[in-house]
Structures are given as C-alpha cells and as structure tokens.
Design a protein around this ligand. Structure first.
Ligand SMILES: [Mn+2]
Length: 253
C-alpha cells in the first residue's frame, strides 16, 4: 500500500475527519458545520474507516471516489473488507445466496452490507479500497500533518522511519491500523490524575502533527504531537478539524 505526499493547498482550506463509518447524515452535518467547499479548493482528508456500521457505505465510497480532493487512508475496517474479498472473491455463500455459513471478521464488525452487494459492485469497492494509501503526509502553511489510522506504535519516534516500517513490517502495519496502546496508557494516567510519561509524549520527529482516528474519545485528544479525533460514536457527531485549527490549537487542549 502506498504512502502519499500531498503538497500545500494554494486555493482553499484543508480539513481532517475520521471514522465516517457509512454515516451520511453525520458526515453531511460535519461538512456543513465548516461550510466545506470543494469549489473553492477545500480539501478533505479522512483518517480511515469510511465504511461499516452505517447504512450509506456505497455513498461515502462514491463521494471519496468522485469528489475532487477527498482523500482517505485505509482503516482497519477497509483492511477487513480487503481480507474478506481476498478470501472469498466470489460472494456465493453470502447475501441473497446466504446459507447460514459462518460470517467473516468483517461481517461481525459492521461489514455485512458488503456480502449483500452484487459481484460487480463488490469488485469495484474492493479495487477502490485496495488502492487507498496507508499513510498520507499533508503539507500546510503551518506545518506538516501525518495521517495514519490507529497509532504510531510506542518506540517509533521518527515519522519517515515509521512510514517505511509500515511498508516492510507486518507487525508495524497491524499496529498502525489496530493499535490502542498509547491512548490506553494516556487514559490510565488520566484516571490517576498524573502527567503523561515521556514515552508517550515524546514528539514524533519529521512531522508536526500526526492525526489518528480509530479509538473513540469524547473530545479530540492530544498526546505529544499525536492528535486523536474519533468522536463519532461517543458524542454522536463526527469531528472535523481544519489544518488552521489544529496548528493554532484552537479546538483541542
Ligand atoms: Mn478503526
């Protein structure tokens, strides 16, 4: 899977969102809140998990595919879909042909909609998702933003080395898409009212901010230069942050 470097936006604004999970109404409310305008050059970056749980998966995927400047990286839900498709490239045992066979990991995690699609649609969705990058780097006037779905694993303190390790190490790849170690440590320290240890606040070099989704939180949460923005289920609304807001620290403490 690719790593993508996106140069500075010379026309409009850049926005970051995560874990849309097929929820069209929430997605549209988030865009309306910031008056998102692709016509004026605004760009949108999703930190993975476009799909599953909601009922508008194909529509969100269609938006990602056809809108100008709607980028997304891959999340663990996209990864589960890829695994499901590659294991069973034909959908004979699912959906309208369903025969009570055991479901897949993807199916158990909000992904049953995929098995119900006709085969040509499944192939199209698979191709789109398989082509999503795993990491994106977005240059902005204020600094560089790195995007990866779940986390940069503990002990990785250089963005360029991490980006390379994701490509070469299965373990790092899986942690990058599924990991919750850093935020779990932060929650433990929060619960005890203690300052975070250096192991998790040590900045990741070679990038100014790293944006993550994946782990549900009440409000956007910063740990060192890692920023977690998945508020989609806790508050019922998706968080959408502009690059300007992120770098000026206006929307998170
Ligand atoms: Mn996730």
């Amino acid at each position: 899977m690719k790593h993508l470097v996106i140069e500075q936006n010379t026309h409009g604004r850049d926005f970051f969102i995560s874990d849309i999970h097929g929820q069209k109404a929430k997605f549209e409310r988030a865009l309306a809140k910031v008056e998102f305008s692709p016509e004026q050059g605004d760009r949108l970056f999703c930190v993975g998990d476009l799909i599953d749980r909601g009922t508008n998966n194909l529509q969100i995927l269609g938006n990602q595919k056809h809108w100008a400047y709607f980028y997304s990286i891959i999340g663990n839900h996209e990864l589960m879909l890829i695994d499901e498709f590659e294991e069973r490239p034909l959908n004979q045992s699912f959906g309208i042909y369903g025969s009570g066979q055991p479901t897949t990991t993807h199916g158990m995690n909000g992904g049953k909609w995929f098995a119900k699609l006709r085969q040509s649609t499944r192939e199209r969705v698979y191709q789109q998702i398989k082509n999503l990058p795993i990491t994106i780097e977005v240059k902005t006037v204020w600094g560089t933003t790195g995007l990866v779905h779940a986390e940069v694993p503990l002990g990785h303190t250089s963005w360029p080395s991490f980006v390379e390790a994701v490509q070469t190490s299965t373990r790092v790849f899986e942690q990058a898409l599924w990991g919750r170690e850093i935020i779990r440590i932060a929650h433990e320290y929060d619960a005890r009212g203690l300052d975070y240890p250096d192991t998790i606040t040590q900045p990741i070099d070679g990038v100014d901010v790293v944006v993550h989704g994946h782990t549900l939180i009440k409000t956007p949460k910063r740990i060192g230069n890692r920023l977690y923005i998945d508020t989609g289920l806790e508050t019922g609304e998706l968080t959408i942050l502009s690059a300007e807001a992120i770098f000026n620290h206006r929307l998170y403490a």
